[in-house]
Write a protein that binds this ligand. Structure first.
Ligand code: ASP
Ligand code: MG
Length: 453
């Protein structure tokens, strides 16, 4: 069995879905388990819908619900012109989902109060709509396809908007459900992103979580391969929207891919690699607009050569500098500091320490007010705003001659606020002013990938 995940842009409209279905048709011998995202921009619309409901903006609620229904009905009709019966059942299903959502959202609107649980219910509808339509469209095109509800398989903690997967539950439930859905069918389909607690309460895996769903299912069924179908030719040396002359990478290691995802590359959801590593399942990032392309293979490290693979960045970060002479020769200081981060659920990216100073970076979307107040009770704290972080990623990069020179040469005139190098030899990261980011990224890319020494 293989898992094939199609992201929002790969199922955006009739043309894209038709292309996706033909890609699936080419792999029927391998028993594809298809995982789909919502149509592109639909999850954004559903977030807006929840906000509109919470603020009792009934006009906006009606407008968004209208758009949602119309887009999916039109899509179903376009996709199944030649199969009126399947088209009718698909449209009925769309209407049932939209009617239920309308009733739910109206109730939220009446209360003017939106819990995380209710929000999880609302934002998961995009995947239910897309998976239903695509399932019908596959059957209409002669691929017998079984439908599965991801909530029966992807079990998480009670964090409604960012459920933590419970691997044991997922592993024990999924294979049976998949096997049953395959009975008499060529393929099976389910929703990405959508999950539930063990007692059936609705949760989701967080933004971009469909990749994660695919790899959790892959792990549970021991898939021979996980394919992530998206709208780019694979993982690149840098984000092409930011840097010119980037190149596609043929193969990278699980570790490199994990670092890239954590450090700003937007190709994969950061947690996607983890389940695949557990079972050593190769992952492929492929372009549904260019299905003949090789894409990027993400494999075990022993198949991967040493060297710099990519540079990625996080544009908006803050650096928190913590100074205290009390930490010199005292044990337990770090624990005290990081307990404060953990209690306030603020996640830290880079850390660097010296005798009397700890510097950490945090994504600027996080509220650090409480952390700073609590730290200030026993240390001097200075926060540097408007910073960006650049990470150079590659297997064994510190062993490479000239690597540091090439990385830091473009930084001659630039202030570096912090440097951090993992013991893993996979990543060197540093922090610069946000205003310098684009120029520095382009120059480092040039030195590392465009010139040969
Ligand atoms: N539809 C969800 C989102 O847009 C999940 C995904 O596409 O991966 O965040
Ligand atoms: Mg995505």
């Amino acid at each position: 069995m293989i898992v094939m995940k199609f992201g929002g842009t790969s199922v955006a409209n009739c043309e894209a879905i038709t292309r996706a279905i033909e890609i699936i048709r080419g792999r029927l011998q391998e028993k594809p388990v298809v995982v789909v995202s919502a149509l592109s921009k639909v999850t954004d619309l559903l977030y807006k819908l929840s906000d509109a409901a919470a603020s009792k903006d009934t006009a906006e609620v009606d407008n968004l619900l209208g758009q949602l229904r119309a887009r999916h009905i039109t899509l179903a009709q376009e996709l199944m012109k030649e199969s009126p019966e399947l088209c009718m059942t698909a449209c009925e299903k769309v209407n049932v989902i939209c009617d239920k959502l309308t009733a739910f959202v109206n109730a939220v609107c009446a209360l003017g109060e939106l819990s995380d649980r209710s929000k999880a219910v609302i934002i998961s509808n995009g995947e239910y709509l897309s998976s239903n339509i695509i399932c019908h469209a596959m059957n209409a095109r002669g691929i017998m396809t079984g439908y599965m509800d991801a909530r029966d398989m992807i079990i998480t903690s009670r964090d409604y908007l960012k459920g933590e997967p419970v691997s044991d539950e997922i592993a024990s439930r999924t294979p049976g459900i998949v096997e049953k859905a395959f009975k008499g069918n060529d393929a099976v389909i389910t929703q990405g992103f959508v999950s539930a607690t063990a007692d059936g309460e609705p949760t989701v895996l967080g933004r971009g979580g469909s990749d994660y769903s695919a790899s959790l299912i892959g792990m549970a069924i021991d898939a021979s391969r996980i394919e992530i179908w998206t709208d780019v030719d694979g993982v690149r040396t840098a984000d092409p929207r930011r840097v010119k002359n980037t190149k596609c990478l043929d193969r990278i290691s699980f570790e490199e891919a994990a670092e890239m995802a954590h450090f700003g590359a937007k190709v994969l959801h950061p947690l996607t690699i983890e389940p695949a590593v557990k079972k050593n399942i190769p992952l492929y990032v492929l372009n549904s607009m260019n299905p003949e392309g090789k894409g990027t293979a993400i494999l075990q490290s022993s198949f991967i050569e040493d060297g710099v693979k990519s540079i990625s960045c996080k544009e908006n970060i803050n650096v928190i500098n913590i100074f205290s002479t009390k930490m010199i020769n005292v044990s337990g200081f770090l624990k005290k500091v990081f307990e404060i981060f953990s209690e306030n659920k603020v996640s830290v990216d880079l850390i660097s320490t010296s005798e009397a100073n700890i510097s950490v970076t945090v994504d600027s979307s996080q509220d650090i007010g409480k952390v700073v107040r609590q730290l200030s009770e026993f240390a001097d704290v200075i926060v540097d705003n408007d910073k960006s972080q650049i990470s150079v990623i590659g297997k064994n990069i510190v062993n490479l001659k000239g690597m540091l020179k090439n990385t830091f040469a473009p930084l001659r005139d630039c202030k570096i606020y912090m440097i951090s190098q993992g013991a893993s030899y996979v990543n060197i990261s540093f922090v610069i002013d946000k205003s310098a980011l684009d120029t520095v990224m382009q120059e480092i890319h040039h030195y590392l990938f465009e010139t040969k020494e």
